[in-house]
Design a protein around this ligand. Structure first.
Ligand SMILES: N[C@@H](CCC(=O)N[C@@H](CS)C(=O)NCC(=O)O)C(=O)O
Length: 217
């Protein structure tokens, strides 16, 4: 991994956020060669004209695969692309595949957007909107409950460790931002720790900043 644009491999435009980490964890799991190009979203770099050409929605993550010059935004699409490119971490079309799509869509359409609002209203702007704080706190608790139920009798969210776990785990790794205690969700906590100890997850979490994986008590 370098911080230069990569002639043969994949360029990852990212920042130290859950959506960014999904892709760095996936690239580490697949042992693909990639370069990291940090986009500092706290300084507005996502609005630069050059970035807009590959990220029409002005958000990270984005990849450029120089094998075929494919560029992609949207973390769910990127995970599916990389799984399809390598034949790993996503099932072939069939029953397991559709369950993976179901839970991936839930992550993309609900878990990420809702927990992201908790970060905004509960963690970073408390007191600005009691209505929003209550709404997203409740939704956060409800979503943790859904995941806790889903993990009854299973080690991973679908049949095997897959892009679904890789998409969901970085959002749960922000349990402190969300003021959530994983001890109240024993199956979710076990799942979290099972994934947290994977070498690829530890490496991917530390992109682009060398931060350790959060470990609950
Ligand atoms: N649905 C998109 C969401 C991407 C997203 O919200 N990225 C955030 C960081 S996690 C971002 O770039 N925010 C900058 C901004 O909103 O200006 C995905 O999953 O890739």
């Amino acid at each position: 991994m370098t911080t230069q644009k990569n002639g043969n491999g994949i360029d990852l435009y990212t920042w130290a956020t859950p959506n960014g980490r999904k892709v760095s964890i996936m690239l580490e799991e697949l042992k693909l060669q990639y370069s990291v190009l940090p986009i500092d979203i706290t300084k507005g770099e996502q609005y630069a004209d050059e970035f807009l050409m590959i990220s029409p929605n002005n958000k990270i993550p984005v990849i450029v695969d120089h094998e075929n010059e494919t560029h992609l935004m949207e973390s769910g699409a990127i995970l599916m692309y990389l799984a399809n490119k390598t034949g790993k971490l996503m099932s072939p079309i069939g029953e397991n595949y559709w369950k993976e799509m179901e839970w991936l869509m839930l992550q993309m359409g609900s878990i990420g957007p809702m927990l992201g609002q908790t970060h905004h209203f509960v963690k970073f702007n408390p007191g600005k909107s009691p209505y929003a704080e209550e709404r997203y706190r409740k939704e956060n608790i409800r979503i943790y409950g859904v995941l806790e139920k889903r993990l009854k009798g299973r080690d991973y969210l679908c049949e095997n460790y897959s892009i679904v776990d890789i998409a969901t785990w970085p959002w749960i790794s922000r349990y402190e931002f969300q003021d959530m205690n994983l001890t109240d969700y024993p199956r979710l906590k076990d799942w979290y720790l099972r994934i947290a100890e994977r070498p690829a997850v530890i490496k991917g979490y530390a992109v682009p900043d060398p931060l350790p994986v959060p470990m609950p008590n």
